[in-house]
Design a protein around this ligand. Structure first.
Ligand code: PMP
Length: 367
């Protein structure tokens, strides 16, 4: 495993604050049961894959030309998808990039930067501080409550004290699975002086009755809601993240994006996948059922389980979580050692994969 960050020789003129840093990433270990990066265990069908292949072939014939810089066809298709949930979203209010990772980095390039501050509430997605570091944005982490929700009073007090230019809220949150109380989101929006990003990478997995922040877009023009095709659409390998916001916010992001950042192959792939939305999202219901079933099994086995609206579950607690993680790997089951000390996170796989996980966990924790 090469770790360019920690092993950087002195002669490599790396920025001081990057010395000793390690590139982000979960271990990619080749085991039979991979439940560590919140991927969708169900790949696209043959029909969807054929459509992607045909669309990519058509795009290939034009690869001598740069792609549509504005990705207008794709943004129109994404707006149509979001319109299933909320009226009034059009292509001008949608932006797309190579994964929501890139979307969020662009947000900090445009709205963060030297002399500016970004803030979130930990434990949360561990990439946010890295986007901040990469864009020279000051980073502040507030704390979530013991149940991993947000303490609205403390959040508002912190926002008033720090006056952040960008606030990241994550709902459902990674790694805890927690969906935000809409009143808490509103309290943050009412007190934040700048941009508020609600990262909804796992939105499609939320339980019935849990609202999306999309509903607040009309009321709060500095709100950005980010989504991804990596999880619900089973398109992690396609790298397509997107956001909905006021068109003026989208226009501001266009200033910092690299020209032609979305390749014609990526645009063709994502547009083809969106034509199969119903089929791809059909698996989401099965995953939600499997999640709830797994949470029940973990509770029945005596574990603490965080309420989850996502396609993963945080559970614990273990005196030596690394030993448990390693013992599961030894049995061919890869989960994620992340989150607050003592907890582990398992992504929801197929029923057979989850059975393998529960069986291995039982062996590991009862011997
Ligand atoms: N936000 C959250 C909360 C995530 O968990 C992830 C992926 N693990 C992302 C954003 C980034 O996803 P992608 O770049 O694949 O869209």
């Amino acid at each position: 495993d090469r770790r360019p960050g920690s092993g950087t020789p002195d002669w490599v003129p790396l920025r001081d604050e990057l010395r000793g840093e390690e590139p982000y990433g979960a271990p990619q270990i080749d085991v039979p049961v991979r439940l560590n990066t919140n991927e969708n265990p169900y790949g696209p069908s043959e029909v969807a894959a054929d459509d992607v292949a045909a669309s990519v072939r058509a795009a290939a014939l034009g690869l001598n030309r740069y792609p549509d810089r504005e990705a207008w066809g794709l943004r129109t298709a994404l707006a149509a998808y979001l319109s299933r949930e909320i009226a009034g979203v059009d292509a001008a209010g949608v932006w797309a990039a190579n994964g929501s990772n890139e979307v969020m980095q662009q947000i900090l390039q445009a709205f963060g930067g030297p002399g500016r501050t970004a803030l979130s509430f930990a434990p949360t997605y561990s990439m946010y501080p890295e986007y901040a570091r990469n864009t020279h944005t000051r980073w502040i982490a507030g704390q979530r409550r013991d149940d991993f929700g947000i303490d609205a009073h403390a959040a508002v007090a912190l926002i008033e004290a720090e006056q952040p230019d960008v606030v990241f809220l994550t709902s459902p949150n990674n790694p805890t699975g927690t969906a935000l109380d809409p009143e808490h989101t509103r309290a943050v929006l009412e007190s934040a002086p700048g941009i508020v990003v609600v990262d909804e990478a796992y939105a499609e997995f939320r339980r019935a009755g849990t609202p999306s922040a999309l509903e607040l877009l009309a009321e709060f023009p500095r709100l950005i809601v980010t989504r991804t095709m990596s999880k619900a659409f089973a398109l992690a390998g396609g790298r397509l993240g997107y956001l909905a916001a006021d068109p003026a916010i989208v226009d501001a992001l266009r200033i910092v994006r690299l020209p032609y950042h979305l390749s014609s192959v990526t645009q063709a792939t994502a547009e083809a996948a969106l034509r199969h939305t119903d089929e791809l999202l059909a698996q989401v219901d099965a995953l939600r059922v499997e999640r709830d079933r797994s949470a029940d099994r973990l509770r029945a086995a005596g574990f603490q389980v965080a309420e989850s609206d996502a396609n993963f579950i945080l559970f614990g607690t273990f005196d030596d979580r690394h030993a448990v993680w390693q013992a599961l790997v030894d049995r061919g089951v890869l989960i994620r050692e992340t989150g607050p000390l003592g907890w582990l996170r398992v992504s929801i796989g197929t029923p057979a994969e989850m059975d393998a996980f529960h069986t291995a966990l039982q062996e590991v924790t009862t011997t």
